[in-house]
Design a protein around this ligand. Structure first.
Ligand SMILES: *[C@@H]1O[C@H](CO)[C@@H](O)[C@H](O)[C@H]1NC(C)=O
Ligand SMILES: *[C@@H]1O[C@H](CO)[C@@H](O)[C@H](O)[C@H]1NC(C)=O
Ligand SMILES: *[C@@H]1O[C@H](CO)[C@@H](O)[C@H](O)[C@H]1NC(C)=O
Ligand SMILES: *[C@@H]1O[C@H](CO)[C@@H](O)[C@H](O)[C@H]1NC(C)=O
Ligand SMILES: *[C@@H]1O[C@H](CO)[C@@H](O)[C@H](O)[C@H]1NC(C)=O
Ligand SMILES: *[C@@H]1O[C@H](CO)[C@@H](O)[C@H](O)[C@H]1NC(C)=O
Ligand SMILES: *[C@@H]1O[C@H](CO)[C@@H](O)[C@H](O)[C@H]1NC(C)=O
Ligand SMILES: *[C@@H]1O[C@H](CO)[C@@H](O)[C@H](O)[C@H]1NC(C)=O
Ligand SMILES: *[C@@H]1O[C@H](CO)[C@@H](O)[C@H](O)[C@H]1NC(C)=O
Length: 716
């Protein structure tokens, strides 16, 4: 049985030794742990496992679990970051034992501590003495201190948890550079009587140097033997923890940090073998410590010991602890980098996620709202334009655009017309059809664009197309030529050649026009217009093509006074006048055939009536309605009463030449007569337009021809 155990023991030891190998010591015989205590390099078990053999520790396996020792003192733990080691040290004590009622024996235990390469930490330790009649001393080679504590009775001692101020316990700080101390007693401090009095309630005193704040005063510590011993894990300690400072002390100081290329280069020393490590001067005593660079963690005394800290992982694994240490503001994403981490701002944000302000929205919320509104508006505009295009196409189809195009009629787009008329900037008149605007095609050809003004009443497509086709085909020197049309609007627009001199109405009646038309010119105008109307009527066929709005305002004059009848576009509308009677009647009442007003039927003879009024205008140079008078009524009345209308003739014609005035009068009489026939109430008595042309031509050749003819037939 014993033999079996003997074999088992080393095997178990090897396993425990192997498990945590001291990092850096590639010797597999260097254990990284002794019992529960980690052994970080430069410390190690044995000379071959520690740095230069100077940091050698021992592991006593006779305990379970094994205990780690530095010299004679048990090691509790070793810290690389702070360069500290905690060990256990013995407590010095002094006890008074009575022999008989009058005499007793004092037993004193004084402990000393001597460490090499180590210093007793001044900031982390303090000297404590416990007792009611005690002077405890702390002694080093050239140093002496102590503290006195007393209490006249247990009840006068400090309360549990109170500070050690001398009532049952006293404490004092210790200086630096101590590595060799002894805690002793001043045996001559009090006489026997006092001792005798005190031992009844407090037989023992204790003193020790221990980790600060480790000891809390309790009154019972004055009463029983060693009762102040604290629970330490599962072990009851009779010793107290002491903090030692260690450093690499055999290698000089850490060299000063150097400035290289403007960047502070961290100093390094021979013990700091890991990359991303540097040396730091020891805070206590000579020498230096090694530390991993910022963002790295591990053992700087071991090759490759310092490893990157994955801050992002830490943040995830323990947010409460690490989110403050490694801040990464909201709106950013954490990325680990060697030795650091980045907080990249998420889309739409900028700034530094690690900073106090964190990631800011690149565009403030209101800006985003504005941009969104803008985008929506643009989309809406786009949709509207698209809808308008479709609508235009609809109108185009509705108005028979395809048919017209196939016949070679110019089809203008709304946009083109806008450009041609320079946005309808120059209106030049208003006809029955609608408003007329001046325009220029290709900066050369001047045109008149007629835009229908009525809304809502759209001609049936077939009729409209027929009408446009008719107007396009019927061409006559004395008719304004249709050049094209636009079908994209709900009311079509028509493009005509521009007749420069304006209407006969303007030429005849405008006051400021110095040039009065000669009789010959007037006759030529009358003949030309009549021919145009006759030409139109001759194409009557089924479609009843009449002009519908014959008046001096619709007879335009070329630069050489060639008349051109315009606005026959309305003839189509007039042909269905019964439907649009309201519109029609709103035309110039003086020219309208009274028969049409009575019957509601517009015929070619209605045009003849209107032309009769125009003839009267030509010879009288009076407007169809002058003052309160109606020219046709007055003229007819005048003719009835006096046999002619001479009273009303334009005097300017007569004035021109006395020799011819007789002929002129004759001429005017004949035209007047013709006009009166045109105005007959009985439609049947009115001549047709071709008859009017014949008659006028005859008047011209017989009475009012060119001068030579005129001279020959002077006695007409
Ligand atoms: C440890 O390993 C290094 C190389 O990895 C070698 O140079 C060194 O001699 C080894 N030390 C021991 C004690 O085996
Ligand atoms: C330490 O290493 C040396 C050389 O490798 C060897 O001679 C010596 O025995 C070792 N010492 C111990 C305690 O292992
Ligand atoms: C281990 O501790 C025991 C008990 O204190 C002691 O007798 C023994 O000598 C120690 N062994 C070593 C190797 O220090
Ligand atoms: C080593 O670095 C850590 C963190 O960078 C710091 O907390 C610690 O005090 C440093 N140790 C020494 C001895 O300077
Ligand atoms: C008490 O003990 C001391 C010394 O041991 C002795 O001298 C003394 O006489 C004793 N006193 C009594 C009353 O026994
Ligand atoms: C400790 O010793 C160092 C040098 O060994 C000296 O510079 C320092 O002043 C000493 N500190 C104290 C508190 O004596
Ligand atoms: C105090 O304890 C120690 C060891 O545990 C013992 O030797 C001593 O007699 C005790 N003293 C008293 C007064 O109980
Ligand atoms: C410490 O004590 C607890 C119970 O008090 C026990 O469960 C545990 O196993 C003990 N640990 C050791 C290492 O003995
Ligand atoms: C360490 O201390 C030495 C001596 O005081 C000094 O020269 C050196 O600059 C210090 N090194 C650092 C990194 O502070």
């Amino acid at each position: 049985m014993a033999q079996v155990l003997w074999f088992l023991l080393p095997a178990a030891t090897v396993i425990t030794l192997l498990a945590p190998v001291a990092a850096g010591a590639n010797d597999s015989d260097c254990p990284g742990k002794c019992g529960d205590v980690d052994i970080p390099y430069p410390y190690g078990i044995g000379d071959n496992c520690s740095w230069r053999g100077m940091y050698s520790l021992t592991c006593n396996h006779s305990f379970d679990p094994p205990r780690l020792y530095v010299g004679d003192n048990e090691v509790l733990d070793i810290s690389l970051e702070t360069g500290e080691m905690r060990i256990l040290t013995a407590v010095s004590s002094q006890c008074y034992s009575p022999v008989n009622e009058t005499a007793g024996v004092t037993t004193s235990v004084s402990n000393s501590l001597k460490v090499t390469q180590l210093l007793i930490s001044t900031s982390r330790n303090e000297f404590t003495a416990i007792g009611c009649n005690t002077l405890a001393l702390l002694r080093s080679r050239s140093y002496y201190t102590g503290c006195i504590t007393s209490c006249v009775s247990l009840a006068k001692a400090a309360r549990d948890g109170d500070k050690c101020t001398g009532l049952g316990c006293c404490q004092t700080s210790i200086p630096g550079n101590l590595s060799d101390i002894a805690v002793t007693w001043n045996d001559h401090y009090s006489d026997g009587r006092a001792k005798k009095r005190v031992w009844r309630y407090s037989p023992c005193s204790y003193a020790f140097v221990a980790q600060k704040d480790w000891y809390d005063f309790e009154r019972k510590d004055l009463v029983r033997n060693n009762s102040f011993a604290r629970k330490f894990g599962n072990r009851t300690l009779t010793e107290v923890p002491l903090v030692l400072d260690w450093a690499i002390r055999a290698d000089g100081y850490c060299p000063p940090s150097t400035n290289k290329d403007g960047a502070l280069e961290e100093p390094t020393a021979s013990a700091c073998v890991s990359t991303n490590s540097h040396c730091v001067n020891a805070s206590h005593g000579f020498g230096y410590l090694c530390n991993c660079s910022k963002g790295y963690i591990g053992n700087p005394y071991v090759t490759g010991g310092c490893t990157n800290i994955n801050e992002c992982e830490l943040r995830k694994s323990d947010p409460t602890r690490y989110e403050k240490q490694y801040p990464c503001g909201s709106g950013s994403t954490c990325y680990d980098t060697p030795g650091d981490y980045k907080c990249k701002c998420n889309l739409g944000r900028r700034g530094d996620g690690k900073g106090d302000t964190g990631c800011q929205l690149i565009f403030p919320r209101c800006a985003i709202a504005v941009v969104a509104t803008f985008v929506v508006s643009v989309l809406a505009c786009f949709v509207i334009v698209e809808l308008k295009k479709q609508k235009q196409k609809k109108y185009f189809d509705q108005n028979g655009g395809k048919i017209l195009k196939s016949m070679g009629i110019n089809i203008f787009t709304e946009e083109q017309l806008k450009k041609i008329t320079n946005r309808y900037s120059t209106p030049i008149g208003e006809g029955a059809f609608g408003k007329v605007f001046m325009g220029t095609i290709d900066n050369a050809q001047r045109v008149a664009v007629k835009r229908a003004s009525m809304k809502g009443e759209v001609l049936p497509q077939e009729e409209f197309v027929n009408e446009i086709t008719f107007q396009f085909r019927i061409s006559h020197t004395n008719m304004v030529r249709l050049l094209g049309c636009c079908l994209e609007t709900d009311i079509p627009m028509l493009v005509f050649e521009l007749v420069p001199k304006g209407s006969l109405y303007n030429v005849l009646h405008s006051m400021d026009d110095q040039h009065t038309l000669s009789l010959a010119e007037r006759l030529r105008i009358a003949i030309g217009s009549a021919e145009a109307l006759a030409h139109m009527h001759s194409h009557a066929g089924d479609n009843n093509h009449v002009h519908g709005d014959v008046k001096s305002g619709n007879i335009l004059l070329d630069n050489d006074l060639t008349p051109k009848v315009s606005d026959f576009g309305s003839s189509k509308l007039v042909s269905i006048a019964s439907m649009y009677s309201k519109w029609c009647v709103s035309g110039d009442m003086s020219y309208i055939d009274p028969v049409y007003i009575k019957s509601g039927r517009f015929t070619e003879k209605s045009d003849v009536y209107s032309f009769g009024v125009v003839l009267l205008e030509l010879i009288t140079r009076k407007t169809a309605k002058y003052g309160d008078n109606s020219l046709p009524l007055d003229f007819v009345k005048c003719c009835k009463e006096e046999g002619n209308g001479r009273k009303l003739y334009d005097r300017d014609i007569m004035k021109s030449d006395d020799r011819q005035s007789h002929c002129h009068m004759e001429c005017l009489d004949r035209i007047g007569k013709l006009a009166v026939r045109c105005l007959k109430e009985d439609v049947e008595e009115r001549p047709t337009m071709s008859e009017v042309v014949e008659e006028l031509k005859e008047v011209k050749s017989t009475a009012c021809g060119d001068k030579s003819t005129l001279m020959k037939k002077a006695d007409c």
